[in-house]
Design a binder for this molecule. Sequence first.
Ligand code: NDP
Length: 403
Amino acid sequence: MNKVLVVGAGGVAAVSVVKMAMHPEIFGEITLASRTLSKCEDIAKNVKDRTGVTIKTAQLDAMKVEDTVALIRESGAELLVNLALPYQDLVLMDACLEAGIHYLDTANYEPEDEAKFEYSWQWAYQERFKEAGLTAILGAGFDPGVTSIMATWVRKHKLDGIRLIDILDCNGGDNGKAFATNFNPEINIREVTAPARHWENGEWIESPAMTHKYEFDFPAVGKKNMYLMYHEELESLSTHFSEIERARFWMTFGDAYINHVTVLQNVGMTGIEPVMHEGTEIIPLQFLKTLLPDPSELGELTKGKTCIGDIITGPAKDGEGEKTYYIYNICDHEECYAEVGGQAVAYTTGVPAMIGAAMVMQGIWREPGVWNTEQLDPDAFMDMLNKDGLPWQVVELDAHPEF
Ligand code: NDP
């Protein structure tokens, strides 16, 4: 098995495909397909310049299942890596079932006309993938993805279970723009304007968006304000690790970012309901996306580091009470750009997607069914993170921080 089809040609795909081309022993033939062919061709040129590898490109509207099935058959791919948008998850899973190939994505399904994301839609495919003998891996980016695999690794090697988990996502990078999002603006703004939600003692606790703030001193970055948010891996982690007492997700934002989002929200620019503008129907958030910088073009401008990881407390493996570990990766925007031509947010998603794909291609993650990343053995994935540009560290803390 060595042929892969990647769908979507944005910032994340631009990194993932370069990294796949660096592993010809795993990804023998790469086809990249997306709605806009020229974006695939730009990525193909970057891949050729950096690695000497020629990849195939194709135009595809992934919403048309039959077109995807035909392309899968033509490409001979055995795995489809979905790096398009969360709206395409279900149609691409349908196409994989019809064509009989494995599936992997980095974000859970979200209906385009509802600001709601949850795993129920994709988990409903469990039996169909199992019966077909096919594997679907959900959420193999950094968060979700690496942060869940890190939790599994700590649970396998250091702790007998997880009582408390805080996922901390810090982007200490600066691109010099007054306001720009690090990945798809539409998805990013839908995420940050949603109410915050965390898991505590068997129930979801909801609070208004961006109201819980805490200043944390991040390794290699320094002090940053982080905000409590809802993030999709909280749902899968609390489902699959039923012992978890409290699971929270935090992301850093600068004051300027928060001010811009607040104003845009107040004036209705983040809305997803269609409005009439001079006789034409527009969706405000999609119009806003048109105005904002394209995240895939921020690489050259961005300086600084990201620090993403988990603080986890639970019963120690050696039976000596509780222990707390902080497991994290530090990634440098300028180093990413020098290596692949993308910034660290695309890099920290694109590299894990490549590694997850490598796990499937090599048969390491090949159990039939639909799996979140914390349900899979973490060791080979964690080894490859160290070798492929996202080295991680684990340190013991005196106690779980109070925040
Ligand atoms: P971009 O918006 O940069 O790229 C998305 C790509 O998908 C574009 O090339 C777009 O085409 C293509 N696309 C959209 N609709 C279709 C369609 N119907 N058929 C074919 N192609 C389509 O997004 P990113 O690269 O920033 O993000 C990619 C994915 O990664 C998203 O799902 C995002 O949520 C996820 N993500 C996950 C993270 C994680 O850590 N787990 C972190 C960051 C992102 P066109 O160019 O024509 O618009």
